[in-house]
Design a protein around this ligand. Structure first.
Ligand code: ACM
Length: 554
């Protein structure tokens, strides 16, 4: 069946029978299954030409959709034959057709994704091939995810991905049963979300004059101005489109570092007693700039305004978490700033680090008062956090371990394992090669839960996400190349109930990938082929960032 991610249990019936679908199968969509019915009509309808008419009352439809937590195996730890929890599902295919049963709407939707895989790669096309008929093997599938947070972070700040690309990525995540899209919406190089009360954030902050072409070591520049942003209605569309596909969108506004685009738009946000912030522009280079937010009440009020609009755009039901960044905030301007030093004295803060912690804690409390949960990069742990806050562990596992042992929820995304901007092979042909070599097999053997974690702490690992930083991904084709096929391996890590890393059957995964590449082909995904980049995927002469003086694999 070549399913990816691998289901918990998939048993083909003996005898090799197939259910051959009729010319236009009748769909019997039970209560609560409307969104999956819509999706099937839209996506399978496009590929097959089916309209999937409603089954006549009392008639069994050829394709049946049901919500039933008990039958789907979603009622608890060991009770179900498949996974457990609300995202569990089962599929039964026999002489009377196909039945998809979800423990919830989400479980049912993942069942529909599995059905699409069972139909074959042509089920991913947008128009039917002439004469094509459709069948699926008689089988029983019982399945459910290992983790509830199965995500990808997309950096739309360094290179903007227009809205249609984001919607396409939501479909790609859903096709792999991933359920979180973390959007890195702001950084030094661009501000990507319209904020009505602060219009210059996008009028000025969404555009830069030029970009470095290649990573920091590269002497080349692209003189093409770059930018773009999502209007508030674009965000509403993205959030609703994702919700219909059971994908949650986590917005990130990065503070107090990574903020030069905001300062270029509103110079009063910066440390005006140290630098002439009015002369700053949206940054055209990569790396970490010293231009960070000023630690003042006025800056807090400004960002409260930003978050107020953000909370309206990302409703709590679909986006309970709000990411505030918190990473890589250089303290040199605060050390030099009389205003910042006065603030430290007034707060009795523990130096500049205490100031950063004050900044993050302010929004921790502010979000909690509004029924939301703060999440931030693991630097936010440094000053101590309120109990409800969660941590994205990116600097290896250490931050995640410390956070989980302290009772915080954690999303594992260690740079050394699941940063998909890092190159996926060591050869000279990788486009703008960065950092660690992390092959498809390396990602397949990533383990989100560190072995030494106590069972109580392990329960705080919500799951994991792969992070996609786009400094050297100037368009969607480059993003596809870095993300695929590794995201398929990542999906199996976070969905499937895998043995320890060294015991995982990578050869078996590669065999299933042969079919999966054909699905990706039908979807138009510009993945890295197993043999290496195609000519147009290379970037000869554009320097990446192999790190000097580090071990040979980085
Ligand atoms: C990060 O990679 N700076 C979170």
């Amino acid at each position: 069946m070549d399913l990816i991610p691998a289901p918990r249990i998939a048993v083909p019936h003996e005898g090799g029978h197939h259910h051959a679908f009729g010319a236009d199968p009748a769909l019997d969509a039970g209560p609560g299954t409307e969104d999956t019915a819509r999706w099937l009509r839209r996506e399978l309808g496009a590929a097959t030409g089916w309209s999937l008419p409603d089954a006549a009352p009392g008639e069994p439809g050829e394709l049946r959709l049901r919500i039933d937590p008990v039958r789907a195996g979603g009622t608890g730890g060991s009770g179900g034959s498949g996974g457990s929890g609300p995202e569990a599902y089962r599929i039964d295919i026999g002489a009377d057709g196909v039945e998809l049963t979800g423990a919830s709407g989400a479980g049912l939707f993942w069942a529909a994704q599995t059905l699409r895989q069972l139909l074959g790669p042509d089920a991913y096309r947008r128009a039917p091939l002439p004469g094509r008929t459709w069948s699926v093997p008689y089988a029983a599938v019982a399945d459910g995810p290992r983790f509830g947070w199965r995500g990808m972070m997309l950096d739309v700040a360094r290179h903007f991905m227009p809205k249609d690309g984001v919607l396409r990525y939501i479909d790609l995540l859903a096709a792999h049963k991933l359920n979180v899209l973390h959007l890195h919406l702001t950084d030094d190089q661009g501000w990507r979300v319209e904020i009505k009360r602060h219009p210059r954030l996008t009028e000025v902050g969404a555009w830069r004059a030029r970009s470095r072409w290649g990573h920091r070591a590269s002497p080349l520049w692209s003189e093409t101005p770059h930018g773009g942003f999502y209007t508030q209605d674009d965000i509403r569309e993205i959030v609703a489109y994702a919700a219909e596909r059971h994908v949650r969108v986590v917005p990130e506004i990065d503070v107090p570092g990574h903020s030069q685009a905001a300062i270029a738009a509103y110079p009063e946000l910066g440390n005006t007693d140290v630098v002439d912030t009015a002369a700053l522009e949206v940054w055209d280079d990569w790396g970490i700039t010293a231009n960070v937010l000023a630690p003042t009440e006025a800056v807090l009020r400004f960002y409260e305004g930003v978050f107020e609009e953000l909370l309206e755009l990302f409703p709590a039901e679909v986006s309970p978490f709000v990411h505030v960044g918190g990473d890589e905030c250089p303290k040199e301007q605060w050390r030099a700033s009389a205003t910042a030093q006065a603030r430290i004295a007034e707060l009795g803060a523990d130096g500049e680090d205490g100031l950063q912690s004050w900044f993050i804690r302010h929004f921790d409390g502010w979000l909690a008062e509004r029924g939301r949960r703060l999440i931030g990069w693991d630097e936010i742990l440094e000053g101590g956090l309120a109990p409800g806050a969660a941590v994205s562990s990116w600097r290896g596992y250490a931050g995640g371990i410390a956070a989980a042992e302290a009772g915080h929820d954690v999303v594992m995304c260690p740079e050394q394992q699941v940063y998909l901007d890092h190159r996926q092979a060591g050869g000279p042909d990788e486009p703008v090669p960065i950092g660690y070599v992390r092959s498809l097999e390396d990602v397949y053997r990533f383990e989100p839960v560190p072995p030494k974690l106590s069972p109580d702490a392990a329960a705080h690992v919500l799951g994991a996400q792969a992070n996609v930083w786009t400094e050297v991904m100037e368009h969607q084709g480059r993003v596809d190349y870095q993300v695929f096929p590794r995201l398929a391996a990542f999906a199996e890590v976070v969905w499937s109930w895998q043995p320890a890393p060294e015991e995982r059957d990578f050869a078996g995964f590669e065999e299933r990938m042969a079919t999966h590449y054909r699905r990706l082909d039908a979807l138009g995904v510009g993945y890295r082929p197993p043999g290496g980049p195609l000519p147009w995927q290379r970037r000869p002469g554009v320097l990446g960032r192999p790190i000097e003086g580090e071990p040979p694999n980085v």
